[in-house]
Design a protein around this ligand. Sequence first.
Ligand code: ANZ
Ligand code: ZN
Length: 851
Amino acid sequence: MIYDHKYIEMSWQKKWSDEEIFKADIKEDKEKFYCLEMFPYPSGKIHMGHIRNYAIGDVIARYKLMKGYNILHPMGWDAFGLPAENAAINSNIHPLKWTSDNINHMKEQLKKLGISYDWSKELTTYEPSYYIWEQKIFVEMYNKGLVYRKRTNVNWCPECLTVLANEQVEDGKCWRCSSEVQVQEQYNWFFKITSYAEELLNDIDKLKNWPPRVIAMQKNWIGKSIGTEITFKIKESNEKLEVFTTRPDTICGVTFMSLAPEHQLAKKLIAGTEHERDGQHFINSILKEDKKVRIATDKNKRGFFTGKYAINPITGYEVPIFLANFVLLEYGTGAVMGVPAHDQRDFEFASSMGLEIKLVIKPVDEELNDPLDRAFVGSGYLVNSNQFNDMDNKTAISKIIEFLENNRSGKKTVNYKLRDWCISRQRYWGTPIPIVYCENCGAVPVSEKDLPVILPLNVKITGLGNPLKRSDAFINTLCPSCGGIARRETDTMDTFVESSWYFLRFCSGNYDKAPFKKEDVNYWMPVDQYIGGIEHAIMHLLYSRFYTKVLRDLNYLDFDEPFTSLLTQGMVCKETIKCPVHGWLFPEEVKDNKCIKCSADVKIGRIEKMSKSKKNVVDPDDIIDNYGADTARVFVLFAAPPEKDLEWSKEGIEGAYRFLSRVWRLIIKNINLFVEDVAHDEIKSVFSKEILYHQHSAIKKVTEDIERFQLNTALAAIMEYTNSLYLLNDKLSNGADRKLFVDSLETLLKLITPFSPHIAEELWRLTKHLDYLSMEKWPEYIQDFIKKEETILVVQVNGKVRSQLNIPRNTAKLEAMTMARENEKIQKYIKGKTIIKEIYVPNKLVNFVIK
Ligand code: ANZ
Ligand code: ZN
């Protein structure tokens, strides 16, 4: 009987699906386990990264199922978003058709992997039955004051004709199309995520099973900072300048002020002065700079003197006010008091502008260069600071705050780097924002009974602007409040909104009375294991955490955090080939290490993340066709621990296939043992104990490794176990041992089930089992069988007994000899001598012959 993976995989996928064995239902008497992989964007085809993500998830889901948990393991489609619209522009296919075709294809591919999904809960975010609830929640958030509309400077991509979130701007370029991002002022809708900043930060403590790296990224993004807001009067003006500082102790060292060029005071300060034109020019030039570059310490500081002065509330000194590129509008108050002696950016700015550098903190046991060659940022005591002189700077902070508060020119504050979430997109293929604009009433949310606001399918997508703006049928409506003529909002929601709650919707399948049932989410949530890429470490996870808290406050659910445990899997990489003339090449474009186009020597070997542009992708379909899904799964799981990058190799695939074939042959050649009727005698023989030893050691190792997500070493242990079974197989004799051996073969099949479920099920059925192996109980190990019996090893030197050691029975020769040689007593005899012969009798004796 040969291992016919194609037939086996097809037939088991059909059985599992026909009998719905992975269908999830609430069972109050059972402990639940919600296993979730980040749902994919239906871009067209499954890639190796998906296979890895889903294979890892499936091992965990199937393992927990066998451990007796009630499992929820769903799958769906993050189906709104730009690529569909771009496909419409480029190939004139409707986004709906493009996306749904992709979904159908990818679903076929996914089904061929044999993942234990409950497909009955499948969801697709472009369905009105999904986004209706998103719109309802939007309205509820609006009514609660968690949504607002504001005119802001936004990052505008001139290519995609859309606003980009800060996170979507990379090096001043659009993350999608790499065009230069522009700054534009326009109305946008925001979710008030900042009102949850403190809770989002504090609740990180509840995320015990999240990777430390992701936790650090979340904390950083929220960016809490405790400081002081100080008010400086502006000379000969009624205006005031508010700054945010974490170092009020340095206030007497302020020698200039700097303002974000976008600050509302910037234009006012220069208006009507001789500086106006140059200042405006300066402002425009800064707006184009990338914000990350602006605040970097090593980048050129640029400033523009406004001609105005600010007055220090403590010293009364007057200092010049600048507009400066390194001050950002979004942080603090958008204005900074410049203390060049104690802040490196200010130091660089002052140095390049020729401004005064005034030392106000001196270290206790260190001499500073005079003049300073860089800012002194350490602690010390105050100098040049009037009544605060000689105080240590920690004390001075509270004293200065006290002084400022008494004089109404300052107060303690907390600042967060986190900004409100801009959720509007000037795009067609998304959830319509359920707002109408009425001449009398202004912006009014759509009434609940009129939801969903359906995205019209009948529109022309030309690539220019938002097609909804040209759809009269969509735009024209009546005001829900006064019944007058009104126009619909044409912005749609950021697709991150859909992915902020899909995991909740899964709990109630396709429920049509509400986004989900409270009792369902309270049973299934939080997700016990979430698995996905590190690229979602910030936005998606933060937004989902925020949305969960909002829904809690809207009384939809009773918990605070959506994901108990998070695993971020590494990338799938492969060697690349590069021609000095033609760039990246496919393997077919190379012959004898030369480019077939130009015969130049190519460079082979740089390992890169698989990507179409680098021509190093592998099509999962080919592997599944040629080797089978089980092989593909075993390969990706064995080649690296889940969180590390994985390097593709053909040898690896072939190795995985050989391993599965070995398992296949082992069972097939013993198939008759499974029907033999032998008594289960007492376990007495040494051989029986050996079988049990290997069996239970394997159970222990594989179980513990899966629990720790060491899926690669779990597989290594299974491979080792398979080898042991082959060796034991040759020594099989009496009836009792045969029974035990059958049992240990069954254990092997159970252990491989989460990794390669199809072959496991097939062999289970071939060995006369009628139930699904996928539903069998996970084996438990018995500690007693793993303990190795001890034996006394006599150690001689030149034939005389010099020591005796207790060692585990059947210790390998090398190990036994090492223990004997390193024994203290023996060392006395052999140290400095040459061993000319070593005699070894297993389990009994070692003799060193020395000279
Ligand atoms: C004066 C000062 C003196 C400062 C000193 C630091 C050291 P964190 O810790 O990240 O919260 N700052 C404030 N608002 C800013 C903005 N909009 N753009 C750029 N920089 C801004 O940083 C707080 C410090 O960053 C503040 O404290 C301010 O500089 C600067 F010896 O004020 B400091
Ligand atoms: Zn109205």
